[in-house]
Design a protein around this ligand. Structure first.
Ligand code: AMP
Ligand code: GLY
Length: 421
């Protein structure tokens, strides 16, 4: 079989490495991939948002199955376009990807179908938003409606910060059209849990839970990033909470999407907060999370391609999705300075004797060497018999990966370990 994976980051590398365990696969093309994946996939220089290029490539190379991993091409309709030429895909059609593509859509969906989430108001006019900020409680949360590279959310501690956030989104268009409409919502507290779930639109099979670490610095300090590390499973996500989420959130979401004629097939990501009033949805993503995927898929014991095809074909009910009872930890190594300005082009070297997976995100080839080419450069994932073992092994292996000005957090998994005590 010939497989195509659209996307080029650490998440895609983790998907590709897992897919490769299926011996029926002859070749995996990554569009565009990155040079760090060159041993696992054939990287093709077509951008993830270049739908015409993606479709033309798939046709020319007679791709048997495509996996569209990032949000942008999903929201733009990459799956619809590939289906039109008869190529089966893993991922939702555009009309279902809107669950991530528009925060207003997802908030209204949750309200209509009684799915627990933060209270909110939608604003399409700057003046109305500013007037609301005069009377709301603080902290408050300001969100751009559309996709904003994960940066369209501001936790405003006070009125001034909220006004700055609203003005930068609605007036200065910091995120382009994504900020023409904003959601202002209630600030919730509690541990966060990421749950990725396979669904064929009929049944939903959650994967092992995980915990992201979004801030750049230890102790959850510093700026928000795309994610500096993850652990799985998330100790806050007990079996009782999982049952409650299935009943109150996962199934109602799948049913709501069906009722709206927006059947969701693929990986639905539930960003949850375990508040004192029960689990609530912070966000939906229409795809695998990054870097959650880098700890979840290494623990998947079932064949990934089989499960993905079951989501496409509507046969997930009779397909086993089994996870190991081990734990995993992924430490992201970033370029010094990230998420602000950073330099690229430093050589990446890996010492012998690695006992962990490396998932490359921002790497390219220069004169035969692998060099840094992005904010988040790579993730080091170790699997262990317990969470503490996985964390220790991940950091042991991080020491064997070198590039100039590397930055990584030293406390990935620390909060999870405290929860276990
Ligand atoms: P998002 O991009 O929607 O995942 O938001 C980024 C982060 O902002 C989340 O992971 C939460 O930590 C935080 N966040 C989003 N919405 C809320 C909320 N209503 N209350 C508290 N924190 C929030
Ligand atoms: N790790 C959060 C995301 O993928 O959006």
């Amino acid at each position: 079989m010939k497989i195509m994976v659209v996307g080029g980051g650490g998440r895609e590398h983790a998907i590709i490495q897992k897919l490769k365990e299926n011996s029926a696969i002859e070749v995996i093309y990554a569009l565009p991939g990155n040079a760090g994946m060159r041993n696992d996939a054939v990287c093709v220089n077509i951008g993830a948002k270049d739908l015409d290029g993606i479709v033309a490539f798939a046709k020319e190379h007679q791709i048997d199955y495509a996996v569209v991993a990032p949000d942008d091409p999903l929201v733009l309709g990459a799956v619809d376009r590939l289906n039109e030429i008869g190529i089966p895909c893993f991922g939702p059609e555009a009309k279902a990807a809107i669950i991530e593509g528009s925060k207003i859509f997802s908030k209204n969906l949750m309200k209509k179908y009684g799915i627990p989430t933060a209270a909110y108001e939608v604003f399409t006019e700057l003046d109305a938003a500013l007037a609301y900020l005069e009377k709301c409680d603080y902290p408050t949360v300001v969100k751009a409606d559309g996709l904003a590279l994960g940066k369209g959310v501001v936790i405003a501690m006070n009125h001034d910060e909220a006004v700055d956030a609203v003005r930068s989104m609605m007036e200065d268009r910091a995120f382009g059209d994504s900020g023409s409409r904003v959601v202002i919502e209630e600030f919730l507290t509690g541990p966060e849990v990421s749950v990725l779930a396979f669904t064929d639109g009929k049944v939903v099979k959650p994967m092992i839970s995980s915990m992201d670490h979004k801030r750049a610095l230890d102790g959850d300090q510093g700026l928000n990033t795309g994610g500096m590390g993850t652990i799985a499973p998330n100790p806050y996500y007990t079996e009782a909470i999982a049952e409650q989420c299935m009943k109150e959130i996962f199934l109602p979401t799948i049913n709501a999407m069906n009722a709206e004629d927006r059947t969701f097939r693929g990986c639905l990501y539930f960003g949850l907060m375990l508040t004192p009033k029960g689990p609530k949805v912070i966000e939906y993503n229409c795809r695998f999370g990054d870097p959650e995927t880098q700890v979840v898929l290494p623990l998947l014991e079932s064949d990934l391609l089989t499960v993905m095809q079951a989501c496409t074909n509507g046969t997930l009910a009779e397909t086993e999705v089994k996870f190991s009872d081990k734990a995993a930890c992924c430490v992201i190594m970033a370029s010094g300075g990230y998420p602000k300005a950073y330099e690229n082009g430093f050589e990446i070297t890996v010492e012998d004797g690695m006992s962990a997976n490396i998932y490359f995100a921002g790497a390219k080839e220069k004169d035969g060497a692998l060099v840094t080419a992005g904010g988040r450069v790579l993730g080091v994932t170790a699997v262990g018999n317990c969470l503490a073992c996985a964390i220790a092994a991940s950091y042991e292996n991080v020491k064997k990966v070198n590039f100039a000005h590397a930055h990584y957090r030293l406390d990935i998994g620390k909060r999870a370990m405290e929860a276990l005590k």
